[in-house]
Design a protein around this ligand. Structure first.
Ligand SMILES: Nc1ncnc2c1ncn2[C@@H]1O[C@H](COP(=O)(O)OP(=O)(O)OP(=O)(O)O)[C@@H](O)[C@H]1O
Ligand SMILES: [Mg+2]
Length: 477
């Protein structure tokens, strides 16, 4: 950001943002609009429905919040009891809380009332807060449905509806609630759907909610932020704990979020980390809302260096300065990979994403590579090494084993050099038993995009990508 830019407040003003809203936007440090904001704000100000696709960390929140705020401010302050003018739906409570924070910052001084409706916390205080009517309601669908059912909230005045993380909101776990909620809103409402991913089958469902939408696609859905350096480490499940402790010993891993597929898995990773001498907080759906928000806040304020999470923290969470994302295992849904790694490399910052892959996860890895349209470079391969012997290593950081071929990765987060791979002759069967990894054929320029579906002559039986079966998203509220 240069002084020249600050002196020239044409960016957001040129998009149609003015007055106090423009002042607050600038005060928040938003001077130059991001591409998704540049494209989506004017269309929404014109009253158009939007399907907005842009990479993680690219400013989608302000892209939907600013035009709605602008219109609400222009309307003045008349509100009816128990109504909400704008409704933002999000898949997790933590994301709803964060969106409210952003809206408050952007609308500072503009007399906009906001409220949160989400599960896991007192219902009474939420009902009280919306009783006089609010401008901006941010909610998770479960609790919202309860409040509407009990007539504590009336949606008939709601003329703006946003689904943040729209593909998630239209997933099996939420779709019925979302449809019911949408039906209860004003018939002439304006609708906006935003996400970094939008599988075709979900985009079809989205059509039912949108009226003659503008599709704003800053990058094809599934595109990962270019600032994130990504790579995989091949390690059997039994090796992963040791590999993780090894890479975490590097000081460059300043602020790390580790994703595990299950709640139980997240707890186990956290326990093992503690035994290996690392302090870590954990966030997943079996924790109380207080504990969840406390873990996230600690991570946000820097008092916690390592956060272990399930996919509950994969979408939307904006913690500036996360240096690394580690996937302890691959997610069930390939899209989650895009969102998980998108917790780093946000808003132009650099980030590193490391994914540990057991041979049993190869099919999932292929699905991920298919949706991100690139093949991930191999940072290290431990499959020809024996499993670690169980022994007590508690609180003994000095004795943490170190895998030689993680060295380079640990130093700067970059992939290992081609030499490492070259030292493993193609076709050599590994002690891990899965020969197909050893002769994956990597492109000349590692990480260069390659056509989706193009697989390598790796000796493995050619197989089609399995049809993805979608698992119901956990209800957030
Ligand atoms: N125009 C802007 N100028 C400066 N910073 C911005 C601007 N727009 C957004 N940001 C900042 O960029 C970060 C990412 O924004 P945001 O959380 O809206 O991304 P996103 O696209 O919603 O990502 P995700 O897909 O992960 O939800 C935030 O910290 C936000 O404050
Ligand atoms: Mg977002």
């Amino acid at each position: 950001m240069t002084n020249e830019n600050i002196a020239e407040p044409t960016g957001f003003a040129a998009l149609g943002i003015s007055g106090q809203l423009l002042k607050a936007t600038h005060a928040a440090g938003f001077i130059e609009p991001k591409p998704i904001q540049e494209q989506a704000i004017p269309a929404q100000l014109e009253g158009r429905d939007i399907l907005g696709i842009a990479q993680t960390g690219s400013g989608k929140t302000a892209a939907f919040a600013l035009p709605i705020l602008s219109k609400i401010i222009a309307l003045g302050t008349k509100r009816r009891p128990r109504t909400a003018r704008a409704l933002i739906l999000a898949p997790t409570r933590e994301l709803a809380v964060q969106i409210e924070e952003t809206v408050k910052v952007l609308a500072k001084g503009a007399h906009i009332s906001t409220a949160l409706v989400l599960g896991g916390v007192s219902r009474h205080s939420q009902v009280k807060r919306i009783a006089p009517g609010v401008d901006f309601l941010i909610a998770t669908p479960g609790r919202l449905t309860d409040l509407v059912r009990e007539k504590d909230l009336i949606l008939s005045d709601t003329t703006w509806l946003v689904l943040d993380e729209a593909d998630r909101m239209l997933d099996m776990g939420f779709i019925n609630d979302v449809r019911r909620i949408a039906k209860a809103t004003h018939p002439a409402r304006q609708t906006a759907l935003f996400s970094a991913t939008m599988p075709n089958e979900i985009a079809e469902l989205a059509k039912g909610l949108l009226h003659d939408p503008v599709r704003v696609e800053v990058a094809p859905q599934g595109t990962t932020a270019s600032e994130i350096r990504q790579g995989v480490i091949f390690a059997r499940t039994k090796q992963k704990r040791q590999v993780l402790s090894t890479i975490l010993a590097d000081d460059a891993m300043r602020s790390v979020i580790i994703f595990a597929r299950t709640k139980h898995g997240a707890d186990r990773v956290t326990r093992d980390l503690e035994r290996d001498g690392f302090e870590a907080a954990v966030i997943h759906g079996n924790k109380s809302q207080n504990a969840r928000q406390k873990a996230l806040n600690g991570f946000r304020d820097g008092s916690v260096r390592i956060l272990v999470a399930t996919d509950i923290a994969a979408r939307g969470i904006d913690v500036p300065g996360i240096s690394h994302v580690v996937n302890f295992d691959l997610p069930d849904e390939a899209e989650s990979y895009v969102h998980r790694i998108g917790r780093t490399g946000r808003n132009g910052q650099d980030g590193v994403a490391i994914t540990m892959v057991d041979p049993s996860e190869n099919a999932k890895l292929r699905q991920v590579e298919r949706i991100i349209r690139m093949q991930l470079p191999v940072l290290a391969d431990h499959l020809d090494q024996p499993d670690p012997q169980p022994k007590s290593r508690e609180h003994n950081a000095d004795r943490r084993p170190e895998a030689a071929n993680d060295r380079e990765l640990r130093r700067d987060g970059k992939r290992a050099t081609g030499g490492e791979r070259a030292s493993k002759p193609a076709g050599k069967a590994r002690s891990g038993g899965n020969a197909s990894n050893s002769n994956r054929h990597w492109p000349e320029k590692t990480g260069a995009p390659r056509p989706a579906g193009e697989r390598t002559p790796d000796g493995a039986k050619p197989r089609k990508f399995r049809r993805r079966t979608r698992k119901p998203a956990a209800r957030a509220a």
